[in-house]
Design a binder for this molecule. Structure first.
Ligand code: PDD
Length: 285
């Protein structure tokens, strides 16, 4: 079955889906994106993803090109046309097509909208969650507005590649003060020896993950101990558990940090429980 993409109002086979080479996403990575999990053909936390998209757009002064309702309809339609049962839907909006000039294009330039969707390998994801994954640390060399979900991801790309080359699944960015900010495509968490869940506060230095928000709801509902603060790599290596969160992997236990085992080297009880309970707290539409 050939995959279908939505490009500026049309549903096209992937081989024919393209954008203009003067698109500002291509020229300047002048655009934003969202990744939403698809489960049983439905969207997980669509409302929150669209809200975050609107915030990213407004921070970059790109106009929302259609209503949230119409955008939602496109997301569902791309999922349907690609027969995605479990996977992701990807949405990208750029400042549009204009002759190359760093400053904003003329008023009235229409933002470009692209949506794709694909199935992920459920068995592999479950196996990874059962075994836990390894993370490595890299210096955080990103700009100071990574709260905006922009498609400008070069440091993240390089960090992820470094992780892969070292046999790890994720790279954790460490800031100049020695604190972990977040992963290259996930938020970072630990559980201390006394059972307190720790994750960094949201500000301009991390993305406010939708999965993170839902996990905080679960933690509150279950009365787990929580400390919203930064943690260092040393603290993470001494922790009882560690895990990462993102739309495509919900809660993924971390069992190794910079080659040292976390806790007893197996996925932690709290991480596994949060993963198990996730869909009771997420919004499915
Ligand atoms: N990444 N931090 C970064 C840098 C991310 O790129 C992501 C998501 C997250 C987690 O956010 P959420 O829980 O809303 O997915 C945190 C997506 C999945 C990606 O780039 O593919």
């Amino acid at each position: 079955m050939s995959r279908i993409a939505y490009v500026n109002g049309r549903y096209l086979p992937l081989a024919h889906a393209s954008v203009n080479i003067e698109d500002r996403g291509y020229q300047f990575s002048d655009g934003v994106y969202e990744v939403c999990e698809v489960r049983g053909g439905r969207l997980v936390d669509e409302r929150r993803h669209i809200e975050r998209l609107q915030r990213s757009l407004s921070e970059l002064r790109i106009a929302m090109p259609m209503t949230p309702e119409s955008l939602g309809a496109v997301l569902h339609e791309v999922v349907r046309r690609n027969r995605v049962r479990w996977g992701i839907v990807y949405l990208q909006i750029t400042r549009g097509v204009a002759r190359r000039d760093h400053a904003f294009p003329p008023p009235g330039t229409r933002p470009s909208v692209v949506v794709t969707a694909r199935n992920l390998d459920f068995a592999t994801a479950e196996r990874l969650a059962g075994e836990g994954v390894a993370v490595i640390s890299v210096p955080d060399n990103r700009w100071d507005r990574v709260d905006i979900k922009s498609v400008s991801l070069l440091p993240n790309v390089l960090a992820k590649q470094t992780a892969r080359e070292q046999g790890a699944r994720e790279a954790w960015f460490v800031d100049r003060q020695g604190f972990v900010t977040e992963g290259s495509s996930s938020n970072a968490w630990i559980v201390t020896r006394n059972g307190t869940v720790v994750t960094r506060q949201v500000d301009n230095a991390i993305l406010k993950g939708i999965t993170r928000t839902v996990v905080l709801d679960i933690i509150a509902a279950q009365g787990l101990k929580l400390d919203i603060r930064p943690f260092t790599m040393e603290e993470a290596q001494q922790a009882r558990e560690a895990f990462i969160t993102s739309a495509s992997q919900t809660v993924m236990p971390v069992v190794k940090i910079d080659s040292r085992p976390v806790g007893n080297g197996a996925p932690g009880l709290i991480a596994s429980a949060l993963r198990r309970d996730f869909y009771r707290f997420a919004e499915i539409s």
